[in-house]
Write a protein that binds this ligand. Structure first.
Ligand code: COA
Length: 335
């Protein structure tokens, strides 16, 4: 029997309107535009409005995907939401999205793998398609990082932004298209270096946890940077080696956008010329699970992906979690 592959047949994104520039951050913490741009590549980021949460951004992106593809809510079998900033601890943001869309035939769940969340969710969705258990899966990457950023901490507040992206996965019998390979990893020995300590069962919310600022992101930037460079670079170059292809065969590399310097090292290790690297960190900063679907959408909008092209996705994040996915691009649905 021929192996059923999962292919991306629709992509959409949502960026909130509010722009937080480096100049504005200079008025909030002891920092400057030159430092932020040279150390990270970030010039500005987007933030939700007061009444917006993660599900609101995801719903906007999915509605746009439905508009583009003609697919309707009732056709969706599964909704997977990669996020570390769900609307609430439970129920799952996937449930809130399902209800808002009226996706009456869907089941779904949230997946927590931080900046690698979209890759983990994409591979999970693909496995459901490949097994025959689902025919249409929405894979969402969405994060409201502004909800857990301490805007008095210059080490972290310059880095993050809010956004949502979504892809539609469907089966294809054409062996030439779809998700071709994945290399995904988790190593919990890095948990101390990047986390949100309180609010879970280990350290429930209390007046003390709030006073101690333990509901905000904590990051040991140097430790994470070191591991991120190695993780992103090895995962992205190893997947090329395993599939016996080179940087020349890749049309575009869509990496997680945490720091431009990390992306540069990964691209170099893959032997890619800069024009083959999707970079939008300057506009959006690190939007955690949203960076890759947002990047994919921008690459399509810019005409940088054609049917039959090899595309590599790669990420590194809290956990630690990291990895890469190799895709052969196929036809996108349009109305
Ligand atoms: N503005 C100005 N100075 C700042 C600053 C800011 N916003 N933030 C930190 N600094 C200072 C530090 O306090 C430090 O000063 P010191 O030497 O007097 O202590 C100095 O700048 C250098 O800090 P350092 O941490 O060495 O900078 P860096 O080059 O490592 O860059 C990060 C910091 C956070 C940009 C970088 O470590 C990073 O990108 N880390 C990984 C992020 C990541 O991939 N996360 C995973 C996914 S979420």
């Amino acid at each position: 029997m021929k192996k059923m592959r999962a292919a991306i047949t629709g992509v959409a994104k949502y960026l909130p309107e509010r722009v937080l520039t480096n100049a504005e951050l200079e008025t909030m913490v002891e920092t400057n535009d030159e430092w932020i741009v040279s150390r990270t590549g970030i010039s500005e980021r987007r933030l939700v409005s007061k009444d917006q949460a993660t599900s609101d951004m995801a719903i906007e992106a999915i509605k746009d995907l439905f508009d583009q593809t003609g697919v309707t809510a009732g056709e969706i079998d599964v909704i997977i939401v990669a996020t570390v900033t769900p609307d609430m601890m439970f129920p799952a943001t996937a449930a809130i999205i399902q209800n808002a869309l009226g996706a009456k035939n869907a089941w779904g769940f949230d997946l927590s793998a931080a900046c690698s969340g979209f890759l983990f969710a994409l591979q999970t969705g693909a496995s459901l398609i490949e097994s025959g258990a689902a025919k249409k899966v929405l894979v969402v990457g969405a994060d409201t990082m502004s909800a857990i950023v301490d805007y008095t901490d210059r080490n972290t507040c310059i880095l993050f932004g809010d956004a949502a992206g979504v892809v539609l996965l469907e089966p294809t019998e054409d062996e030439n298209f779809g998700l071709m390979d994945h290399m995904l990893y988790i190593d919990g020995s890095g948990a101390h270096a990047l986390h949100q300590l309180a609010g879970g069962s280990r350290l429930p919310a209390s007046a003390e946890t709030v006073a101690n600022k333990q509901h905000f992101i904590y990051q040991d930037g140097k430790a994470v940077f070191k591991r991120a460079v190695e993780g992103m670079a090895s995962a992205s170059s190893d997947i090329l080696k395993r599939n016996q292809i080179s940087g020349d065969d890749i049309a575009i590399f869509v990496p997680h956008q945490a720091n431009k310097r990390i992306i540069d090292v990964a691209a170099q290790r893959m032997g890619l010329s800069p024009d083959k690297v999707l970079l939008n960190i300057d506009k959006y900063g690190n939007t955690t699970a949203a960076t890759i679907p947002v990047g994919l959408k921008e690459a399509l909008e810019e005409g940088r992906i054609k049917d039959g092209d090899y595309v590599v996705l790669a990420a590194f994040g809290a956990g630690y979690t990291w990895g890469s996915i190799l895709l052969k691009w196929g036809p996108i649905r349009s109305k």
